[in-house]
Design a protein around this ligand. Sequence first.
Ligand SMILES: [Zn+2]
Length: 143
Amino acid sequence: MTVRKIPGELPVSFRYTPGVANTTFFEALRDRGVLLGSRCPSCAVTYLPARLFCERCFAELTADVECGPEGTVESWTVGHVGVDDDALDPPVMVALVKLDGADTVLMHRLASDGTPAIGMRVRALVRDERSGSINDLEGFVPV
Ligand SMILES: [Zn+2]
């Protein structure tokens, strides 16, 4: 199959709404500096960020578990190109981290001087000034 590229631009704009569960997650991060997840009362999976329902058994969930602030690197990569196709200088390292108490991973920046390792222990760095954004979390640092 041949891939055809059709040049042009689409004037698309949208407004992202985080929904009920993510709003609770972002408010807890902003107001208390904690990472709030949901533990399924039926199958015991803990999701981070908080969710409204369990993806495995469809049970209704509430945001009721603080996870972290430490966790384990499950995977990582280095980004050299940004979302607007611009070069990232310096490159940005990101990791999938399973925070203590969670069964799912959270992706965020990883500040590591050396090459990270899967299984490496890290700690979430929460900013002092917070607004209710994922950037209230500065990222993860090795412990
Ligand atoms: Zn469940």
